[in-house]
Design a protein around this ligand. Structure first.
Ligand code: NAD
Length: 479
């Protein structure tokens, strides 16, 4: 697999011809390369995007909508190929890529195609003065995405940016570049004019930072880790760029004594370990009310021990490997640290049943750690892998305090049958999304984003349209 940059509608190498190796997480072996792009490639992509902006920003909405539906159709037509590529690149089960990642990538285009047709500007009249708003495209958008949901999250940025009339320079994660590479073909086939969407592959410190600091790129949408978000903020600040940051999380998953325990167990297992725990919204801090702690934990641990870990292509597998050797080492180091901090490993050390040729793959069993203190680094720090920490609490206010004692504020889940408790706790939790008796359900019309160190800004429906445009008020005297 030889990944290329996609600039001005053409596949090209980086100007330096340097490449980065691409690894298959299920074998730990290289299976391709991607361009190690840098600032010069970014400038080339920018110039192509800037040129395309002149006509794309004036294209009729109906024409953009038509192209978007064709892109969505083609993603669906190529679903098997894209799902296979995503599964191989990330190590996620093929069924998950087929059920979630690829359909959602198609839906991102359809959703914003539909939304723009119903988008209304505001108007207000006072006396003989009529004011109305215009949401105008800003130019070239810089879109930087992570590796956990590669095509899903990249298209969640491309679609609103382009539908508003911007053009884009994108930088997918260097760990999982393949579906973004394949998207280029689809964009061409759908008739997206050359230069409207450019994809520069490579490292964050080179290609990513060059996008963020390019003076001609007025808006940056970034999804990734909090530490990277901090670097991006400081690079973008001197240019007064509009910046959206969707960052990390260490989300509380709270089980109250009046919860339906069976449902809470099933939901908590998914919230802990879907995509090998590599979803920013995973409930990696599990809090269980004392009265049901033993009952919940007995069922929870039994189910976690039952989860099948194996090859992403195996339809019966719940978890594949983690994405990279770095990620594997990070999770294993966290388990070692948990032991040093007198944490009790409740499961995770069972043998893995992996074929011989996959022994160097990045497989880790889902791991549950109990008895860490509140100030333990592991209780606070995002690990982003198949590792959750568990503890009990006595009173609801204690659970809220524990949930909020975190630098993050991305999401939380509450399991309870008491509606007034659900409302009260949801109100008190400091997070962008709070689920009650479910996890991961997303209504794209709703704002999505993080409190505290989990981000700045909101995505979703009008929030995205507003981010990817600049607003102007026109005020007319008609007297
Ligand atoms: P990361 O921050 O390492 O990388 C994300 C992207 O930023 C990659 O494309 C990377 O190349 C690029 N990058 C790195 N350094 C850069 C720099 N200096 N300038 C510009 N770009 C740079 O994150 P990751 O490891 O790919 O993803 C995991 C993280 O993403 C986790 O913290 C997870 O919680 C977070 N995440 C958040 C959300 C959300 O919606 N809040 C969604 C998914 C993932």
């Amino acid at each position: 697999m030889e990944v290329k940059n996609f600039i001005n509608g053409e596949y090209v190498d980086s100007h330096s011809q340097k490449t980065i190796d691409l690894y298959d997480p299920s074998t730990g072996k290289p299976y391709g390369t991607l361009p190690a792009s840098d600032g010069i490639d970014v400038v080339q992509a920018y110039q192509s995007a800037r040129k395309a902006f002149e006509s794309w920003s004036k294209t009729k909405t109906a024409e953009r909508v038509e192209i978007f539906h064709r892109i969505a159709d083609l993603i669906e037509k190529n679903q098997d190929r894209l799902a296979l590529a995503e599964s191989k690149d990330v190590g996620k089960p093929l069924w998950l890529a087929k059920e979630v990642d690829i359909p959602r990538a198609a839906w991102n285009f359809r959703y914003f195609a539909g939304l723009i047709e119903h988008h209304l500007d505001q108007s207000a009249k006072v006396g003989q003065s009529l004011s109305y708003t215009l949401n105008q495209p800003m130019g070239v958008a810089g879109l930087i995405s992570p590796w956990n949901l590669p095509l899903y999250l990249l298209t969640w940025k491309i679609a609103p940016a382009l539908i508003m009339g911007n053009t884009a320079v994108c930088k997918p994660s260097e760990v999982t570049p393949v579906t973004a590479f394949l998207l280029g073909e689809i964009l061409n086939e759908a008739g997206l004019p050359p230069g409207v969407c450019n994809i520069v592959q490579g490292n964050g410190a080179d290609a990513g930072a060059a996008i963020v600091s390019h003076p001609g790129i007025p808006l940056i949408s970034f999804t990734g880790g909090t530490a990277t978000g901090e670097r991006i903020s400081s690079l973008a600040a001197p240019h007064f760029k509009k910046v959206s940051l969707e960052l990390g999380g260490k989300n509380a998953n709270i089980i109250f004594k009046d919860a339906n325990i069976k449902k809470a167990v099933r939901g908590s297992v998914r919230a802990s370990f879907l995509n090998s725990g590599q979803v920013c919204l995973c409930g990696s801090r599990v809090l269980v009310q004392e009265a049901v702690y033993d009952e919940f934990m007995e069922q929870f641990i039994a189910e976690v021990k039952n989860l099948k870990v194996g090859l992403p292509s195996d339809e019966s597998v719940f978890m594949g490997p983690v994405v990279s050797q770095d990620q594997k080492e990070k999770v294993l180091a966290a388990i070692t640290q948990a032991k040093k901090e007198n944490g009790v490993i409740l499961c995770g050390e069972e043998n893995l049943d992996i074929p011989k040729e996959n022994q160097d793959g990045y497989f880790i069993r889902p791991t549950v750690v109990a008895d860490l203190t509140d100030c333990s680094d592991l209780w606070q720090r995002e690990i982003f892998g198949p590792l959750v920490t568990v503890r009990s609490f006595k009173y609801a206010h204690e659970a809220v305090k524990l949930a909020n004692t975190s630098p993050y504020g991305l999401s939380a889940s509450i399991w309870t049958s008491d509606l007034s408790r659900a409302h009260k706790v949801a109100h008190e939790i400091e997070a962008g999304t709070v689920w009650v008796n479910q996890w991961l359900k997303r209504d794209l019309r709703m704002p999505f984003g993080g409190w505290k160190q989990s981000g700045i800004g909101r995505d979703g429906a009008e929030h995205s349209l507003s981010f990817y445009s600049e607003q102007k008020t026109v005020c007319i005297n008609f007297g």
